[in-house]
Design a protein around this ligand. Structure first.
Ligand code: NAD
Ligand code: UFG
Length: 358
């Protein structure tokens, strides 16, 4: 990071959650200052405490909802932010089908309220948690950022709706710098084993399901389909370590700072980032069976499984083209599937009940 931008302050909405906590650590290590704003709907104070312990200083944490304009106003009035990383949102695909209004209200209305407040306080640097889900069933692989977007469930629609809002905002006013990071499949945990993914209920996603089978919290994994046209018939995804993903956010802010600095130097033409979608993945596909086998090797535990029908809405294969992230942000994922399994296993075996230590 450039020296004269040390300690730029970032508002991290949803910073108590899975990806947010890991990103707070990466921001701290890169020399950024930050404030976490989270309503703790899907997270806990314990997660914040663990991050504080890991970075060796108390985190500035505000319990609040992104839909609460008054509460946000107080936060923006009290701090001078360089920008916002916006993780706050609901993310369960199945729940979004059952409760679409809750998802649109939280993910779309909440984001609009946040952007309005940013506009009022002239904070124009924004990094949004988008998702590979916006690509729907891809026409070709690897998926690059110009691929067609289409979604079939309310969760995906809410991410796509926000992307459209950001595109319109960029057109309306070129002082906005709006990066949409499209995550592929985040997995893994901090190497300390102190923080990780802590699903509330029975996990919907593959990695937490496997790790709960490994610690005997769940009996066996159901593998949804073994008749896809993939390497072994099971689904293929681009799993990315959450600490690599966290570094991707630092790289995005380093990029925004560099643009600001160039603009302020007066030596270049004013440059506007506008709306910039960027994939964060490894570029490599791994099948469900390959992940099960890697986890079993790393943990030394058998992972019993059975094949069941395909899950509605699932696609066969999905992995990212990662050239844009490398070219623009100078970022690429470093960690392997073995690292992802090792770190997940460490977190799961140290804390089988996640942040619930009662
Ligand atoms: P998470 O649920 O662990 O974190 C989200 C955080 O946002 C939680 O701490 C929650 O309490 C908070 N939150 C939710 N609604 C809020 C509101 N209205 N006001 C304030 N805080 C609120 O999820 P995560 O896995 O860390 O995901 C972070 C973001 O990345 C989400 O927007 C998610 O949709 C997106 N994303 C996640 C994945 C994934 O597989 N984990 C993949 C693609 C995109
Ligand atoms: N799978 C199983 N059994 C399980 C869970 C998953 O076989 O118990 C399979 C799925 O069928 C799929 C693969 O494992 O083939 C990955 O499934 P996940 O549920 O872990 O992840 P998805 O790719 O379906 O979706 C995830 C997030 C979405 C996000 C998307 C892209 O849940 O929110 O990645 O980022 F949009």
């Amino acid at each position: 990071m450039l020296e004269n931008f040390m300690k730029n302050k970032i508002l991290v909405t949803g910073g108590a959650g899975y990806i947010g906590t890991h990103t707070c650590i990466a921001l701290h290590e890169a020399g950024y200052d930050f404030v976490v704003y989270d309503n703790l709907f899907n997270s806990s104070r314990e997660a914040i405490n663990r991050v504080s312990t890991l970075i060796g200083q108390t985190i500035e944490f505000i319990e609040g909802d992104i839909r609460d304009a008054e509460s946000l106003k107080q936060v923006f009035a009290a701090h001078h932010f360089f920008g916002v990383i916006h993780f706050a949102g609901l993310k369960a695909v199945g729940e979004s089908v059952a409760k679409p209004l809750m998802y649109y209200n939280n993910n779309v209305s909440g984001t609009i309220t946040l952007l309005e407040m940013m506009s009022e306080y002239d904070v124009k640097n924004f990094v949004f948690s988008s998702s590979a889900t916006v690509y729907g069933n891809p026409e070709s692989l690897p998926i690059d950022e110009s691929s067609k977007r289409s979604c079939t469930n309310p969760y995906g629609q809410s991410k796509l709706a926000v992307e459209h809002i950001l595109e319109d905002l960029a057109v309306s006013d070129d002082s906005w710098n709006l990066i949409a990071l499209r995550y592929f499949n985040p997995v893994g945990a901090h190497p300390s084993g102190q923080i990780g993914e802590d699903p509330n209920d029975i996990p919907n996603n593959l990695m937490p399901y496997i790790s709960q089978v490994a610690v005997d919290k769940l009996e066996k994994l159901s593998i949804f389909g073994n008749d896809y046209s993939t390497v072994d018939g099971t689904g293929v995804r681009d799993f990315i370590h959450v600490t690599d993903l966290a570094q991707g956010h630092v790289a995005a802010f380093d990029y925004l700072e560099k643009q600001t600095r160039l603009n302020e130097s007066g030596t270049t033409q004013q440059y506007s980032v506008g709306f910039l979608p960027i994939n964060l993945g490894t570029g490599k596909g791994t099948s469900v069976l390959e992940l099960v086998s890697a986890f079993s090797d790393v943990s030394g535990q058998a992972i019993p499984y059975q094949f069941t029908d395909r899950r509605a809405g699932d696609i066969a294969s999905c992995y990212a083209s990662v050239d844009k992230a490398k070219m623009l942000l100078g970022w690429q994922a470093e960690l392997s599937i073995t690292d992802m399994c090792q770190d997940t296993w460490r977190w799961q075996s140290m804390y089988p009940n996640g942040y619930d230590v009662s």
